[in-house]
Design a binder for this molecule. Structure first.
Ligand code: TYM
Length: 333
């Protein structure tokens, strides 16, 4: 079977970008018989950006409930919290010891922090923790602990998966072929959804459209999407429109073609946003109800995650045993 794995960092409320970039394709992959799927809450990763325990805890529940509400079947996919799998932390160290510092210097997340510091005339590494610097190694451990081949993600994560490939290749070169080289799977229409302000939709930019915060909030957020000043009747360019881009991520090809025509015919922004809301809300309404039920029943979510952790650990333990032997950590006889 082909192993498909992906995770979401538990630092905020899940948004449409997470849904179209990762959750939806991952759940589709879990329904294909020839796949074996692993989905998880990246709660160790959350500690890199967030030192507010209540927020991390709340986000873990929200993201778990989101996966389940969107149709993840825990009988089919293995669904767990990263922090419940100590083997991931152990593998993180084995990988750290073969990862060049120079490779980590090139990681986007670290470089962005450095650039920000330099432009504020601060020391380059001001506020940079080792967690942030080594973030791609931990992500490699997530992927390699299960020897995943396919990783469905948005475009912003491609570099990290390429790094996981590099690190896996390096380990294999030194200690023998233990790892499959992973690949990112990125959808064409959904590679990187824009947010309210036209930048990448991201928790860190505060420009997200939340998935399940209710119909009213969804409508309000969609109405806030920034548009240009064209009036009703003026032809509009779909390629340069966040409204169109999000529409396309939820529409059938026929619906997209119709909307493209409406843009050419000069649809009013208010009308386009109304149609966008109806489309998105139609796809999410049923899942939102399930989400609310799960949020009201955290014990049920806990039970599912503990069962998932057990399955995941069994798998990771046998690989870790093999890896420990390969690096020379073997019991004396
Ligand atoms: P995170 O939590 O930032 O995002 C979770 C997933 O959502 C995708 N995504 C988007 N896709 C399209 N458009 C957007 N605007 C958008 N914003 C976010 C991300 O690409 C991602 O797929 N480091 C990862 C979590 C992680 C992980 C892993 C992923 C940890 N270990 C192992 C895969 C495999 C992260 O912070 O994603």
């Amino acid at each position: 079977k082909e192993i498909v794995l992906t995770g979401i960092t538990t630092t905020g409320t899940p948004h449409l970008g997470n849904y179209v970039g990762a959750i939806r394709p991952a759940i589709e992959a879990s329904r294909v018989d020839s796949n074996e799927t692993y989905f998880f809450l990246a709660d160790f990763h959350a500690l890199i950006k967030c030192h507010d325990p209540a927020r991390v805890q709340q986000s873990r529940l929200e993201i778990a409930a989101t996966w389940l509400a969107c149709g993840l079947d825990p009988e089919i996919a293995t669904f767990y919290r990263q922090s419940d799998i100590p083997e991931i932390a152990e593998l993180n160290w084995l990988l750290t010891c073969v990862t060049g510092k120079g490779l980590m210097n090139r990681a986007h997340a670290y470089k962005a922090a450095v650039d920000e510091n330099l432009s504020a005339n601060q020391d380059a590494d001001f506020g940079v923790t080792m967690g942030l610097f080594c973030y791609p190694v931990l992500m490699s451990a997530d992927i390699l602990a299960f020897n995943a081949k396919k990783v469905p993600v948005g475009r912003d994560q491609i570099q990290h998966i390429e790094m996981a490939r590099d690190i896996a290749g390096r380990f294999n070169h030194i200690f023998g072929e233990h790892f499959v080289l992973p690949e990112a799977v990125v959808g064409e229409d959904t590679a990187l959804l824009k947010g309210l302000d036209g930048r990448k939709m991201s928790k860190s930019y505060n420009n997200t459209i939340p998935l399940f915060e209710g119909e009213k909030k969804l409508k309000k957020a969609i109405n806030k999407i920034v548009t240009n000043l064209l009036e009703p009747g003026d032809p509009k360019d779909p390629e340069d429109s966040t409204v169109f881009e999000i529409y396309q991520a939820f529409a059938t090809p026929e619906q997209t073609a119709e909307m493209r025509q409406k843009f050419a015919d000069g649809i009013a922004w208010g009308q386009a946003k109304k149609e966008l809301f109806e489309l998105v809300n139609g796809e999410l309404a049923e899942a939102r109800e399930k989400y609310n039920e799960l949020m009201a029943n955290p014990a049920k979510v806990e039970e599912i995650l503990q069962a998932g952790a057990l399955k995941a650990r069994t798998r990771a333990q046998s690989l870790l045993k093999e890896l420990r032997e390969s690096v020379g950590l073997v019991n004396f006889k």
